[in-house]
Design a protein around this ligand. Sequence first.
Ligand code: COA
Length: 237
Amino acid sequence: MISENDSFGERVKVGQNSIVKENVTIGDDVIIFPNVYIGENTKIGNESIIQYGAFIEHDCKIGKKCRIGTNAVLRRETNIGDYSIFGSLSASEGKNWIGNHVLIHSQCHLTTGIIIEDWVFIAPLFVGANDPEMLHGRRRVKKFVPQGPHIKFGSGIAVNVTLLPGVVIGRECIIGAASLVTKDVPDFSIAYGAPARAAKNVDEKWRLPEELYQEFRRRVSEEDLVKFLDRVLSDYE
Ligand SMILES: CC(C)(COP(=O)(O)OP(=O)(O)OC[C@H]1O[C@@H](n2cnc3c(N)ncnc32)[C@H](O)[C@@H]1OP(=O)(O)O)[C@@H](O)C(=O)NCCC(=O)NCCS
């Protein structure tokens, strides 16, 4: 089912039983598999692929040449840059920011307010938390302001990692398998364990080319990301 005021590019394919709600913008050569849901005002860039059963809520932005995996869930106002992969059975709780060339594997949970900068890799079974006090049912006591973690440029997060609310993983870090990260991790560190501790620095050889970092910084400043979050979380309920 496609709505009348949607804007579709050239050669877009929409599979059986897929629902595209009002005011959706879809670029050229996008492939939407069967049983996909796309909510109001969502935008999808050229040559992206949306696999079987993905559920994408309203006001999401997905860049060009992305892949959204089978049965993935993107809740409202999830922003994904270009050339990124959002794995099968992974879920974004919405109102978060994911950069370009990000690879999020399957079965990951991205909490509201998380920021994931360009060239980050996240292995399966990642969990991000955003509510230190678990205010469930107690919002009359205190306003809930999500404190999503922030994963900086080029970091690699191994399998089964948990990030507690508000932690910052520095630039090009490696976080070891099954780590529980309770505190910020400095740039270029290898950290692991529960609680995770920085054990050493990454090898110079492992670092991404500096041009990629400069390209990212030209496009997005630290300040832009702070402003972005302030804006998307300001009307959070
Ligand atoms: C963190 C990691 C990169 C460390 O690798 P490394 O620097 O080569 O570390 P080593 O194997 O030399 O181990 C050094 C010590 O740290 C311990 N260690 C390594 N990884 C650990 C982890 N994730 N948690 C707890 N301890 C760990 C080792 O047991 C060893 O302890 P010891 O000195 O008492 O013997 C690696 O263990 C890891 O987790 N890789 C990620 C794998 C992964 O999930 N890939 C995703 C693919 S989809």
